[in-house]
Design a protein around this ligand. Structure first.
Ligand SMILES: *[C@@H]1O[C@H](CO)[C@@H](O)[C@H](O)[C@H]1NC(C)=O
Length: 726
């Protein structure tokens, strides 16, 4: 009888698990309650019940002495698949000084804002893959506020650690969660600094509770500034929007060469000191500015005269060149400025939200901070990093990322090994990009995506988490070109569960038939057959059917003590096993059906994205408007912004962008010898143009040299292609 009770216990446990409801609301502690978000415009009209996240937000006090409060907005799925239950993702946008509400409302968050200033659902939201918290930092950014602005990246890290401390005071149950950081653009500086800060904190003797930091994801990151500036012309040529026939081609090459000299100089420092020209260099910063200037199409409509620097397939007015994009940003700003919304978000300080805050960017000059690229090797010894790039972005383009990776030494070697072939990344049966991965560093080129990958590709961007958590299939051994296969939410888990269920069914079936055979032979022949064998069989069934067989030993003992197993008992056993299998089946089918509602929603609806650096560029725009054409620009536009402490720049009068009709996909593969669709007008071959990147003496005569560029053939490869490391 105990035996049956035991089975029933397991069975009821299974049924309970199968029918278990999502964690109920209302289990928040008092501290949490003051941050709970219970409503937002459109929340209950526009979203289905299972799409409405559990939300907390507010302005957490970090330092009373400087009146520093960080704003956070947390989203949890109430119906998470169990694998994602203990995962916390912190998302940071860049700038510096740009609000992570871009990430929340245009990219990885569950909402987009429609023209009525109401929330609508983003089917690719990352909150389905783990709790995600969007944090406005450093102080002064978005809804965060402070009386004391940060100047260096070390402060960013220290202050974020303080934020974590405060955050986990509100959510103490989550302190053991696996923590990931994700973000983009200038967060390519923030995230390594914060990651490094956490890893160091974890090792302090005084640290009682280390954070379970598991990985960093950086999208279109600004990580190695000068090196990345050197990628602008190669990228422009590769993408086809600059051609050597451009009347300003020589000037561009001169500028590129000046930047190359800076990079060469920096490479030769070989010390750990801070070098200003590595942090921000005018010669390097100007390259992009020149490209946008020299590709300006004055014959076009006013709002299409410049290439959008965040997505070269789109156009914008000049000199905005992308700052008016994405179009949906013009709904986000008024939404966040609604008194009602600020109340819903539990703001104690109803400050006016700006996408990017000029004072934050102006103060954070990072003059004494090494570029974040220097921190990567130390981090990679401890945790994995994924660097992903939307391949249509110019400002933080993927060629720049691949180039600085080539020069980076981590975990004992420099760059990816020669034989690291790009791996196809498949998502939901389509090629989403390619991947290179080695020694904890993964590079992902995401196809058809801009500077803001989750804006263009919400579902695919969410699967980046699967790449870092290992939730993918690696088809290495199946003969094809190697591929990493990721799936829509929950599909892979269901697949694995199916396979396991299949295996269990087989195991159970064979046990049953054995059991039947045993019973049969028992009845026919000797009744003195040894008991242990039988119990072993039965135990096996239990263990394979359920992992919670703790009491099996005591049941076994009980079983042993009653030597006369009647046929009826065996029959009951069989029956219970069958019921058990049925329970398992129910469990799996519920698993399987769960994700289906999320999977299919099209990725084309209501997505938006984020503009990084918009503030800097807007100021650049202002400068330009002031100076128009008659002032020689002797500062890089990025540097310029650092040096000026202009006030807050509003995001109101934004125009529209227009997509160009076609674009060429930037493909993987090396060099510029891609098949440019519109290359038929037979431009001079790039290889005819040479740049002297190493010869210092060339400095004085570089003008002439470049004039006669067609005659020297040695260096163009090092400029454009990346075959020659260094
Ligand atoms: C990669 O990271 C893991 C932690 O995820 C760490 O244990 C390991 O040492 C790292 N690998 C290398 C090659 O350093």
């Amino acid at each position: 009888m105990r035996f049956i009770t035991y089975y029933l216990l397991v069975l009821s446990q299974l049924i309970f698990t199968t029918l278990a409801l999502p964690p109920k609301l209302g289990q928040e502690n008092d501290l949490q309650k003051q941050y709970l978000v219970t409503t937002l415009p459109g929340l209950y009209d526009n979203l289905k019940a299972n799409e409405i996240p559990l939300m907390f937000s507010g302005q957490l006090e970090l330092y009373p002495e400087t009146n520093t409060h960080y704003f956070f907005w947390k989203f949890s799925d109430v119906d998470k698949i169990p694998e994602n239950n203990k995962r916390t993702i912190f998302w940071l946008n860049g700038g510096p000084g740009c609000s992570s509400m871009d990430g929340a409302l245009l990219e990885a968050g569950p909402f987009r804002i429609d023209k009525d200033k109401k929330v609508i659902y983003n089917s690719g939201s990352w909150h389905k893959a783990g709790d995600i918290i969007f944090v406005d930092q450093p102080g002064g950014t978005g809804f965060s506020f402070t009386d004391s602005y940060d100047h260096e990246l070390g402060q960013i890290s220290d202050h974020f650690l303080k934020f974590l401390e405060k955050y986990f005071e509100v959510f103490p149950d989550e302190i053991d969660n696996e923590i990931y950081f994700a973000g983009e653009s200038y967060a390519g500086q923030y995230i390594p600094y914060i990651g490094d800060g956490i890893l160091k904190y974890n090792k302090l003797e005084t640290t009682e509770k280390p954070y379970n930091l598991k990985g960093l994801l950086i999208g279109n990151g600004w990580i190695s500034p000068d090196e990345q500036s050197l990628s602008y012309i190669p990228y422009a040529v590769h993408a086809g929007f600059i051609k050597p026939s451009n009347p300003h081609w020589q000037e561009l090459l001169v500028q590129h060469q000046l930047c190359q000299k800076v990079v060469d100089r920096v490479d030769n420092y070989n010390d750990d000191k801070i070098h200003q020209d590595e942090i921000s260099n005018v010669d390097c910063d100007r390259i992009l500015q020149f490209i946008l200037q020299y590709t300006r199409d004055t014959s076009g409509p006013k709002n299409e005269q410049c290439i959008n620097m965040y997505d070269y397939t789109k156009k914008d007015s000049y000199p905005s060149c992308g700052m008016n994009w994405p179009a949906e940003l013009k709904y986000v700003t008024p939404f966040l400025r609604e008194e009602e919304v600020m109340g819903d978000l539990n703001l104690i300080n109803h400050k006016q939200w700006h996408e990017c805050d000029g004072r934050v960017g102006g103060n954070l000059n990072a003059r004494n901070s090494q570029p974040a690229v220097h921190l990567l090797p130390g981090i990679l010894e401890q945790i994995p990093i994924v660097l992903f790039n939307g391949n249509l972005d110019i400002i933080c383009n993927y060629i720049g990322t691949e180039n600085f990776i080539k020069k980076l030494t981590w975990n004992g070697e420099k760059g990816f090994s020669e034989d690291v072939e790009p791996i196809n990344w498949i998502y939901d049966d389509e090629t989403a990009g390619y991947i290179k991965t080695e020694r904890n560093l993964t590079f992902v080129n995401v196809f058809d995506a801009s500077h803001m990958v989750p804006y263009d590709k919400p579902e695919i961007s969410r699967a980046l988490l699967d790449l870092i958590t290992g939730n993918y299939d690696d088809t290495t051994n199946k003969g094809d070109k190697r591929a990493f296969i990721t799936y829509p939410l929950g599909v892979r888990q269901a697949k694995i569960a199916d396979e396991e269920a299949e295996a269990q069914k087989e195991a159970a079936a064979s046990s049953i038939s054995e059991s039947i055979a045993n019973t049969a032979s028992e009845s026919e022949s000797d009744v003195t057959e040894t008991k242990p064998t039988e119990t072993d069989d039965d135990d096996e069934v239990i263990t394979t059917s359920s992992s919670t067989v703790e009491e099996s030993e005591s049941s076994e003992a009980e079983y042993h003590s009653s030597p006369s197993t009647s046929r009826i008992t065996r029959l009951i056993q069989l029956l219970v096993i069958l019921v058990l299998i049925w329970g398992v089946y129910v469990l799996y089918s519920s698993y399987k059906s769960r994700p289906s509602s999320i999977i299919k929603s099209g990725s084309n609806s209501g997505k938006k994205k984020n503009v990084q650096w918009a503030d800097q560029l807007r100021r650049f725009q202002e400068d330009d408007e002031e100076a128009q054409d008659h002032q020689p620009q002797n500062q890089g536009f990025l540097t310029k912004t650092f040096n000026r402490l202009t006030g807050v720049v509003g995001g109101d009068d934004r125009g529209n962008y227009t997509a160009t009709k076609t674009y060429e996909d930037i493909e993987l593969g090396e060099g510029i010898a891609m098949h440019d669709n519109d290359d038929q007008n037979s431009e001079p071959n790039l290889d005819d143009f040479i740049i002297d990147s190493e010869d210092d003496e060339a400095e004085e005569q570089e003008g002439q040299e470049l004039e006669s560029a067609g005659t020297s053939n040695e260096q163009i490869d090092s400029l454009i292609t990346h075959k020659n490391d260094d």
